[in-house]
Design a protein around this ligand. Structure first.
Ligand SMILES: Cc1ncc(COP(=O)(O)O)c(C=O)c1O
Length: 385
């Protein structure tokens, strides 16, 4: 499809859509007047080229066991070279049905204590614990410039650990880590001899510039890194179960693959087809989406920061805003906003104990009208307090 026939920025944000009957996000509030902005998937249909490729594959009618084709692998190698200047080799790839199982596999594969920075996507906390690893949490810090690292605290915490789970860009604080920040983390990984599992699932929706995969900093960093990527967030394909790990170091890759065996299934054949079409032909659609998300990010930032008791920072990647509600003085802000008709992710799940119970996360990857209605409901709820 040529860029001229693609939806425009406003039409992507304004197009009506029908939530599928199986949508996890929409089903939570079925029959209730609650706008569901909690889970991280989009209300925009996948790129037309992806839908066409799926239709052609479905027309074939045979859905036996599948595996990535040479054409898909070639598309991914080309994509990494074009998007990140990263020359990956086909041997480095491990295909997966999703990245949550990859976080668990990394924890199983690497014996020893695990470090991660909070607040963070909840499976970063659950995977180490369920794999019986000791988890050390490093609080991210927030100043006027936004969320960032306390590198001295990181240095102290990483001593004696074995695995660092990095979220890059970071869900939920929305940071696309800068190169100087990545270099400091890399230096710490070297100093403490850590394996780094860098979850880069949101990287293709960077709103502020080009994504730099952690593994591309230097060959010695690549050797200690498991990079996790997927087309699922970018092209709204999470339900098709296709993702991949890129692991240049053979011994590390073998340990990771051994940790998957018997527990994690192959990717879905439709997911493989959708992935190839998205990587090859999704570029112009993705550019439209990024433009839309930039607008929505600013809309949310302005609206939220105009409300008394709420504060959020600039979102640099993806479609999730992390909102600090501490000044509202409510015990459970997520429940309060749900009662007011907006379903947000409860911050409590993003850190240890109750550290982030006064925060909520809002998915703004939806139709503009719905987003505006949700923002109006937040304002109305606060004005009634
Ligand atoms: C950082 C991060 N990793 C992984 C996932 C989910 O991965 P998957 O659906 O591939 O298991 C998400 C979804 O929100 C995420 O934000």
């Amino acid at each position: 499809m040529s860029p001229t026939t693609l939806p425009t920025v406003s039409s992507l944000a304004e197009a009506s859509f029908v939530p599928p009957a199986d949508s996890v996000r929409w089903r939570r509030y079925a029959g209730r007047d609650v706008i569901p902005l909690w889970l991280a998937d989009l209300d925009f249909p996948a790129p037309p080229a992806v839908i066409a490729a799926l239709e052609a594959r479905i027309a074939n009618g045979l859905f036996g066991y599948g595996e990535p084709t040479d054409a898909l692998i070639e598309a991914l190698v080309t994509y990494c070279a074009r998007e990140y200047g990263w020359a990956i080799e086909p041997d480095w790839l491990v295909w997966l049905p999703g990245l949550v199982p990859a976080l668990y596999a990394a924890c199983r594969a690497i014996e020893g204590e695990v470090v991660t920075a909070t607040p963070v996507y909840p499976p970063f906390l659950k995977a180490p614990c369920r794999e019986r690893r000791v988890l050390r949490t490093l609080p991210l810090v927030r100043d006027e410039a936004g969320w960032g690292w306390d590198f001295a605290a990181a240095d102290a915490l990483m001593r004696g650990a074995r695995l660092f789970l990095l979220c890059h860009p970071h869900n939920p604080v929305g940071r696309a880590w800068r190169e100087d920040e990545l270099w400091q983390l890399a230096a710490l990984a070297e100093k403490h001899d850590l394996i780094v599992c860098s979850d880069e699932i949101h990287c293709d929706l960077t709103l502020t510039g080009r994504h730099r995969p952690f593994a591309t900093l230097a060959p010695e960093i690549a050797r200690r890194t498991i990079t996790l990527m997927a087309p699922s967030k970018t092209f709204n394909l999470a339900g098709l179960s296709c993702a991949y790990a890129i692991i240049p170091e053979a011994a590390l890759r073998q340990a990771f693959v051994a940790a998957l065996a018997g527990r994690v299934p192959e990717p879905n054949v439709l997911g493989l087809v959708a992935c190839e079409a998205a990587l090859r032909e999704g570029g112009a659609w993705r550019a439209q989406l990024i433009e839309t998300l930039r607008h929505h990010a600013l809309r949310v930032e302005e609206a939220v920061n105009a409300l008394p008791g709420l504060f959020t920072t600039r979102v640099e990647a993806s479609f999730l805003a992390w909102i600090d509600c501490r000044d509202l003085g409510l015990e459970h802000p997520a429940a309060f906003f749900e009662a007011a008709g907006v379903g947000l992710a409860d911050g409590a799940a993003f850190g240890p104990g109750q550290a982030f119970a006064q925060f909520v996360r809002l998915n703004f990857g939806t139709r503009r009208e719905l987003l505006d209605e949700a923002l109006a409901r937040l304002a109305a709820a606060i004005s009634r307090l």
